[in-house]
Design a protein around this ligand. Structure first.
Ligand code: AMP
Length: 286
């Protein structure tokens, strides 16, 4: 694996390469969720470029930014094991040569103000800024993202549309990789205490119960049960939501005419966890 920190060297190297590029943008503190994206891109026969950059403009909470785990050496080991071809490790001036304020902010409409956007104001503007710039730097054919960040995948889909003809990248959304008990892998999980870690699978259990109760109970009741259960276990849930999986428009109740996704965000102590599950479509029996 070759490592670049500067734009010029990265571009020179990538310009000479003949293969199409599969790009995996990350913020580091890598785990099997991240490496699953590398494996998918490799299986798709692409040259894999992974970036590690903790983007300051997407953190609405300065404390979260300060505490974001950094483990570059271990990350490099994981990437080498995963057969990643190129690691791009830029600093802030490389990503934002004219300063963070000057970076183009795309307008994602309602999509940036609901769910995650409602609770993390400005977050998706920051995500849009960094991904647009990284796409410009890497010029990939395919971008690999994890379903774990469902709304982010939709924002980036919209970003590609908004970037128009200058951006020919295609999106590949890969399944969420989970721990054995169902907890979605996340860099933030490293900050969980043992006690918090053992409770954290509750979020996935709630998602499963939302799926299981379709046709059995109204969503408003299921939502209430999930919130109460999470609170009883010591979480501070921000939302337990059901939405149209294609548009992310909130649904007040199950509606089998839509493909649906259930989404949860909840704090445990000072750590905010998110997860989601696309509901299996119930087959209609006639
Ligand atoms: P992050 O480093 O958290 O910004 O994540 C970088 C990429 O890895 C994003 O596309 C995430 O959605 C994806 N990712 C993070 N966790 C997982 C997971 N558990 N399973 C699959 N993809 C993931």
């Amino acid at each position: 694996m070759v490592i670049f920190k500067q734009e010029k060297e990265l571009k020179e190297y990538l310009d000479k390469a003949s293969e199409k590029i599969g790009f995996i943008p990350t913020m580091g503190a890598l785990h099997r969720g991240h490496t699953s994206l590398i494996h998918q891109a490799k299986d798709d026969g692409l040259m894999t470029v992974c970036s590690i950059f903790v983007n300051p403009t997407q953190f609405n909470d300065p404390e979260d930014f300060k505490k974001y785990p950094v483990s570059v050496e271990a990350d490099i080991e994981l990437l080498v094991e995963a057969n990643c071809d190129v690691l791009f490790l830029p600093d802030v001036p490389t990503v934002y040569p004219n300063g963070t304020e000057a970076a183009v902010a795309y307008d994602f409409g309602d999509l940036e103000n609901i769910l995650e956007g409602a609770h993390r104001p400005g977050h998706f503007r920051g995500v849009g800024q960094v991904v647009a710039r990284l796409i410009e730097l890497v010029n990939p054919a395919f971008l690999y993202l994890g379903q774990k960040d469902y709304q982010q995948c939709m924002i980036i889909g919209k970003l590609i549309e908004l970037m128009g003809n200058e951006c020919k990248v295609r999106l590949r959304v890969c399944p969420t990789v989970r721990e054995e008990d169902g907890l979605a892998m996340s860099s933030r999980n490293r900050r969980l205490s043992e006690a918090q870690r053992s409770l954290s699978a509750m979020i996935y259990q709630c998602l499963i119960s939302i799926e299981a109760k379709e046709g059995i109970a109204p969503f408003s009741l299921v939502e209430k049960e999930c919130i109460e259960l999470l609170e009883r276990k010591g979480f501070r849930p921000e939302y337990v939501a059901l939405a149209d999986a294609e548009t992310l428009k909130p649904l007040s109740d199950y509606d089998s005419s839509h493909k649906m996704v259930a989404l949860i965000a909840a704090w445990i102590g000072k750590i905010r966890l998110i997860d989601n599950l696309v509901l299996q479509q119930v087959s209609s029996t006639s």
